[in-house]
Ligand binder design. Structure first.
Ligand SMILES: Nc1nc2c(ncn2[C@@H]2O[C@H](COP(=O)(O)OP(=O)(O)OP(=O)(O)O)[C@@H](O)[C@H]2O)c(=O)[nH]1
Ligand SMILES: [Mg+2]
Length: 389
């Protein structure tokens, strides 16, 4: 890594800003077949990164409304003397990215692991017990997760609830019962061997979850790994089909909206209502953009393992280049601000010296004037002594 520092004369007590001119991007840790690898999955904001951060301080936790983790990342951890690798994953229903993009990222990581004979020891699926109902995003995420894993992997799955309301547990317990009883929720998974835990955001419950997985000593190959290794494209896998079904429903909704906008536009034209025409056209443009990106997302899943990997490498390189450029821009901004700060400091120092001199000159002149006055007084007094009465 090359680091230049910007020097700007006497920097005083301001340390110079290091300006990186080139960055070596560290390679992600390489996993081996002997590693105990545990993936943490779940809807965005379920607490995946927070869970991992209990054992590895390099996990990135999100504190805003936006989804935080965007790429798969691996974090080495030691739990009661046992080494393992915790894999942080982006959650579906990400606020920034379509599900197809998230599935591409997760599938690509799983494909590469599979190719390198790295199998998962288990998967922790986190769910916010505070979610009012298991509909929408949580249900979609769960359906996707089940397809991704397949029935054969369910014995290595731990379903853990997060965000318990400590002051009123009864409502959360009722939701937990519902999760366990309904086959579509967790019921069937539990029957197939998945374990259920409550995680209270503390290290103790997190350790119990990881120890449960390590204790089983299993290794699994997920359905999506088998499917893609057999030559299927992503959209032909179970998880891919699940995403497609959601996307098809969304596209249908968008097309229906487009049709009614077409009708509204005609009505507005008949009435010569120019402001309504403008408003409807704006909505049509926005909707057309959405339909276009639905189509792009659909196409992005028509990829086999190799194509997906090549495309993801390119995308990640682009992300890294953009992040690096942003970093350099901010460093430059900081360096410019530092230069300005020092210039102002120098200017102020010169101004302070000028004022000091002015004070000094005024003081000298005041003293000279005083001396003149005293001399004048003395002269007056001595003249007074000569007055003849
Ligand atoms: N009260 C409570 N807050 C939690 C818990 N786990 C996580 N949080 C908070 O929930 C927010 C989101 O947590 P993250 O760990 O970033 O969630 P994530 O699942 O990694 O989210 P994505 O990266 O967006 O998929 C953070 O503000 C955490 O501090 C928990 O068990 N209890
Ligand atoms: Mg995260």
């Amino acid at each position: 890594m090359t680091i230049d520092t910007i020097s700007a004369g006497n920097a005083g007590d301001i340390p110079p800003v290091p300006l990186e001119t080139s960055v070596e991007i560290p390679n992600p840790p390489v996993l081996s077949p002997e590693d105990v690898v545990i993936a943490v999955m779940g809807v965005t904001g379920a607490g995946k990164s927070t869970f991992i951060s209990l054992f590895a301080d390099d996990a990135q936790i999100g504190h805003g409304l936006q989804s935080c983790t965007s790429n798969v990342s691996i974090h080495a951890a030691t739990i009661n003397g046992q080494k393992c690798q915790l894999v942080d994953t982006p959650g579906f229903d990400d606020t920034n990215r379509p599900d197809a993009e998230i599935l591409r990222e997760v599938a690509n990581w799983l494909n590469i692991s599979h190719e390198n004979q790295v199998q998962l020891a288990g998967i922790i699926y986190l769910h916010r017990i505070s979610d009012n109902r298991l509909g929408g995003a949580a249900m979609k995420n769960l359906r996707m997760f089940k397809r991704l894993c397949g029935n054969d992997s369910l014995q290595c799955v731990v379903l853990a609830t997060t965000m318990w309301n400590k002051s009123n547990v009864s409502l959360d317990e009722q939701r937990e019962r519902e999760l366990l009883e309904k086959p579509d929720f967790w019921g069937k998974m539990v029957k197939e061997g998945s374990q259920v835990f409550r995680h209270d955001n503390g290290k103790e419950s997190a350790t119990a979850i990881i120890e449960c997985i390590i204790g089983k000593g299993h290794r699994v190959t997920l359905d999506i790994q088998k499917e893609m290794a057999s030559g299927k494209t992503l959209d032909e896998t179970g998880a891919g089909r699940e995403v497609q079904t959601d996307m098809a429903a969304l596209t249908k909704k968008h097309e229906k909206e487009m049709n009614s906008l077409r009708q509204e536009l005609q009505d507005a034209k008949d009435k010569h209502d120019s402001s309504a025409i403008e408003e409807i056209n704006q909505l049509r443009t926005e909707l057309a953009d959405k339909i276009r990106s639905d189509e792009e997302a659909r196409k992005s899943m028509q990829v086999d393992m190799e194509t997906l990997r090549a495309q993801r490498e390119e995308e990640l390189q682009r992300q890294r280049d953009e992040a690096h450029q942003r970093e350099l821009d901010h460093q430059k901004e900081m360096a410019d601000a530092q230069m300005k700060l020092m210039a102002i400091k120098h200017e102020n120092e010169a101004e302070a010296q000028r004022l000091q001199l002015q004070v000094h000159m005024a003081q000298m002149e005041a003293e000279a004037a005083k001396r003149d006055r005293e001399r004048a007084e003395r002269e007056r007094d001595s003249q007074g002594g000569c007055i003849v009465m």
